[in-house]
Design a protein around this ligand. Structure first.
Ligand SMILES: Cc1cc2nc3c(=O)[nH]c(=O)nc-3n(C[C@H](O)[C@H](O)[C@H](O)COP(=O)(O)OP(=O)(O)OC[C@H]3O[C@@H](n4cnc5c(N)ncnc54)[C@H](O)[C@@H]3O)c2cc1C
Length: 256
């Protein structure tokens, strides 16, 4: 926070434009999963406002368009999409459950059983350390059974924030780290300037922190997980069009 002496924010910097001061653009982070408790601890402490981020097919997103090989699908909710996309979502859910003990790991995280988390992770490391995301998908029984079209569509439309096929060469462990902790879904944005958090922190860091727990307004307004097609932790909402930086009224950006 001191390297760029003239500005503060690091990779959470938000820029505005002299000719349109009300319009802001995120140059770095813009969506923050509600599972990030430490992050929201500081958001809350600083009294910053948050809103639902319009991810693809999120309840707050007015519409989502998926275009694959020239074929467009318009959806206002997951139920509007053809069953093919449900099959892709199911194949992903089965792949992480069969190959990476997804449900078990999430339960261990939920109950904060660090011993069990380590045990599960230690089992995965020798199996997955050299495994790519694509190798994991291609090797899973569920995607083998579903076929290549499902695998390709998965890469294009992905989960949470959109298509993840640019991550196919990366280690599956990196992807698991994200999806185990629900960092891929249920995002919120910070209203106004996204670098508000580091900036406000910079200006308040010398003050004594308030004691005791405070209510978290963002939690009160956070919706429960949607009960639709991609409900559940291995959720896979689809990539769409548009940009979500300016707020919930606009459709979603693909991903960070
Ligand atoms: C394009 C992009 C999109 C992203 N999208 C998201 C998103 O949607 N959601 C999300 O949660 N995360 C996102 N991220 C990641 C997120 O921005 C980072 O995880 C987060 O900013 C890390 O915070 P930090 O304070 O650890 O590091 P930084 O934000 O990188 O801050 C480190 C600061 O330290 C300074 N510094 C470095 N070395 C020195 C030194 N030797 N001396 C003095 N100062 C130094 C740097 O200049 C910088 O200001 C995104 C990142 C990028 C680049």
């Amino acid at each position: 926070m001191v390297y760029e002496a003239a500005q503060i924010g690091g990779r959470l910097r938000t820029a505005s434009f002299p000719s349109a001061p009300g319009v802001v653009a995120d140059l770095g982070g813009m969506r923050f999963p509600v599972s990030g408790r430490a992050f929201y601890h500081y958001v809350d402490l600083l009294g910053l406002d948050t809103q639902d981020f319009p991810n693809p097919l999120a309840p707050v997103t007015s519409s989502t368009v998926i275009e694959l090989a020239g074929q467009k699908h318009y959806a206002e909710s997951a139920e509007d999409l053809p069953s093919f996309f449900r099959e892709v979502a199911d194949a992903w859910k089965a792949a992480v459950n069969d190959g990476a003990k997804f449900a078990e790991m999430q339960e261990a995280i939920r109950i904060r059983d660090t011993g069990r988390i380590k045990e599960l992770w230690n089992e995965l490391l020798p199996l997955m350390d050299e495994q790519t995301f694509y190798g994991f998908i291609a090797g899973s029984e569920s995607f083998k059974e579903a076929g290549f079209a499902h695998r390709e569509a998965f890469g294009q439309v992905g989960f949470g924030t959109g298509g993840w096929d640019t991550d196919f060469p990366n280690s599956i462990l990196e992807i698991l780290r994200v999806v185990y902790t629900d960092a891929d879904d249920q995002h919120r944005l910070i209203s106004g300037e996204r670098n508000g958090c580091p900036r406000h922190y910079g200006s308040t860091r010398r003050r004594a922190w308030p004691t005791g727990r405070r209510e978290r307004p963002w939690r009160r307004s956070t919706p429960a997980r949607p009960a639709g097609l991609w409900a559940g932790s291995a959720a896979m909402p689809m990539a769409t069009s548009g940009s979500g930086s300016a707020g919930a009224a606009k459709p979603a950006t693909l991903r960070w």
